[in-house]
Structures are given as structure tokens and as C-alpha cells.
Design a protein around this ligand. Structure first.
Ligand SMILES: [Zn+2]
Ligand SMILES: [Zn+2]
Length: 319
């Protein structure tokens, strides 16, 4: 049995009508993409003569530091003392203040210690000496997502990202992930290019090129973005079909342009631009499947744009 559509829901609960937003589900699949078609990943096109974009933000790189033989012996002695005390102490593990101070000294601010390889791990901020080239994430033809806020005379949207981890990008909160750029361009200006390879990259941020089967839908918001009584009416309607409003009739899943973001792992986190405007969902990047991207512990990365000025930095959020 196929469930009801958002249009049927809105017919039953007309108060939802102002919340309907057009969206394009991308449905990526493994295939060599046609350079003239919408796609995920390469092949790359760029205006002739214009430099390929590079990331100038600070990167968070993994740093491993070896634990010295002397410190390793201290760490092991503390672990032994702790186990012995636990034996005569009903299994309760405790370290003395002196031992805790030694462990802190050995950790020296690291996030974790590997007791097999004997190194500590931390993320360190790294401003690239040579900037890192961005990689193509998505290429969108206007006819496949006509509902996007296309600037006059632009008919291609290119989404590029820097395949490294970043913190404290503009218009983000609690964010930790790739740095995303949008380029609204004209097909007539674009020519095939071979972009420089990124200087470094994280696993999971280099998409496998995919072709798309774009599907136009009408999307409804997460319950957090609805007045209580509308959400209740929507939930009642969904339950008649044995469904839940969330996902079955709202916040459509997968790679998506336009529509509404889901707030399933945090409650609603409003994404506001530095200029004060509430930003609008533009793209959801999903993890896994054919593009084989992994964002935010196998989650979703959502890209938001400023409704006042598309040139303002994008908003980013991970769920
Ligand atoms: Zn970067
Ligand atoms: Zn703005």
C-alpha cells in the first residue's frame, strides 16, 4: 500500500497549505555522469580562465603524539595500582589525585590515548600554507530544481566543498565538518576543467560521481516548525494510515534540494545569517548509498542560504 501524499494531507488539514515547499529529491545512483546533466561529484566545469576555488579557512587535522617509554611505564604502573585497589575495594576503580595529575600530564590536552599503539590523539587547527582546492559536490541544472532562488540569468548551481573538517565557520553553531561554497553560474560560461587535487582530505568527504533521477515533490516541515494544533491534526491524519507525520509526510529523506530540513537529533536550531535573516534550506547531503559520502557520524549535512542575499556565507548544520 502506498501512503497518502502531502497534497492529500493538506486537503484534509488546510492550515498546512502555507507550509508546503517544493523540493527535488535527487535519487543518486552509480553511473558515469553526463557532463551536461545534474549530478553528484565530477566531471568538473568552470568558467574559462577563472581560478578554481580554494579553501582558506582553518582546518582541523589529526595529530598523533608518541607516548615516551618512561611515560608508558608510569601509565601502566598507575593502571596496575588501580586494579589492585579495585580487588580489595569491591571492584571500584579509583586513581589517587597524584596519579590523576600524572595521567593529565601524559595526556597533555589530547582527546584520547591509544594504549596499544601508545600515542595520544588530538585535533589541531591548521591554516594551510598552500590552500586546499575545493572538490565538486553537486552540479544542478535550473530545470531540475526550478524552485531554487535562481539569480537572474543563472541556470547552473555548483556546490563545491573543502573535504576537511572545520569549526567556527560563519553562520554555523556547534558545527564540525566540510566548508561549503555555492556558485550560481551560466551553462554558456562553463567549460571542462581538471581541478587541482585537494592537498589533504578526510575519509567520507570525496563523493563517488553519481547520476541523478530528479523527482519533484512538495515537502512539509518538521513538527518543531509547526504550531501545535497543526502538528496534532497532521499526526492524526498520518495515524489513520499507520504512519508517523515525521518523514512519512514531512522532511523527505535523502539528497534533496529545497523543501524542509528534519530536526530529528536536535530540536529545532534556527539558522540565522550574520545579517539577521532566518536562512532557508537549500540542500541536504545524505550519508552512504551511491555517493558514499559520510557526514556527521553517518548523518545529514544541511546547507542553508540567506533569503536577503545569496552572496552571504551559507549556513551549515549537521543532524
Ligand atoms: Zn577547508
Ligand atoms: Zn544574510
Amino acid at each position: 500500500m502506498t501512503g497518502p501524499t502531502t497534497t492529500e494531507l493538506v486537503a484534509a488539514v488546510p492550515g498546512l497549505a502555507p507550509y508546503l515547499r517544493p523540493a527535488t529529491l535527487l535519487h543518486p545512483y552509480a553511473a558515469t555522469p553526463d557532463p551536461r546533466a545534474s549530478r553528484i561529484g565530477g566531471p568538473a566545469l568552470w568558467p574559462a580562465g577563472a581560478p578554481w576555488p580554494r579553501c582558506t579557512a582553518e582546518h582541523l587535522a589529526d595529530e598523533y603524539r608518541d607516548v615516551s617509554a618512561a611515560d608508558r611505564a608510569i601509565w601502566e604502573a598507575i593502571a596496575r595500582a588501580e586494579r589492585e585497589r579495585a580487588r580489595s575495594n569491591g571492584g571500584v576503580h579509583v586513581v589517587t589525585p597524584d596519579e590523576a595529575a600524572e595521567q593529565r600530564r601524559i595526556m597533555d590536552g589530547a582527546d584520547s590515548i591509544d594504549l596499544i599503539a601508545w600515542h595520544t590523539h588530538r585535533k589541531v587547527a591548521e591554516r594551510p600554507a598552500a590552500d586546499t582546492a575545493l572538490v565538486p559536490l553537486a552540479h544542478v541544472r535550473a530545470e531540475d530544481a526550478p524552485h531554487l532562488p535562481w539569480p537572474e540569468d543563472a541556470d547552473r548551481l555548483q556546490v563545491l566543498w573543502c573535504p576537511n573538517d572545520h569549526r567556527e565557520l560563519p553562520n554555523t553553531r556547534y558545527y564540525y565538518g566540510p566548508n561549503v561554497e555555492l556558485h550560481w553560474q551560466r551553462a554558456a560560461d562553463l567549460a571542462p576543467v581538471t581541478p587541482p587535487a585537494p592537498r589533504r582530505s578526510e575519509d567520507g568527504y570525496l563523493p563517488t560521481p553519481c547520476a541523478l533521477r530528479p523527482e519533484q515533490i512538495l515537502d512539509l516541515p518538521d513538527q518543531d516548525e509547526l504550531p501545535e494544533e497543526l502538528h496534532e491534526a497532521a499526526e492524526e491524519f498520518a495515524q489513520r494510515y499507520g504512519l508517523e507525520y515525521h518523514r512519512a509526510l514531512s522532511c523527505a529523506e535523502g539528497w534533496k534540494l529545497g523543501g524542509w530540513p528534519s530536526w530529528h537529533s536536535t530540536d529545532l536550531v534556527p539558522v540565522d545569517c550574520g545579517c539577521g535573516a532566518r536562512m532557508v534550506h537549500l540542500l541536504t547531503v545524505d550519508s552512504g548509498l551511491a555517493p558514499d559520502v559520510s557526514v556527521g557520524r553517518f548523518g545529514e549535512l544541511r546547507v542553508f542560504v540567506c533569503p536577503t542575499d545569496l552572496a552571504h556565507p551559507v549556513g551549515l548544520d549537521l543532524q
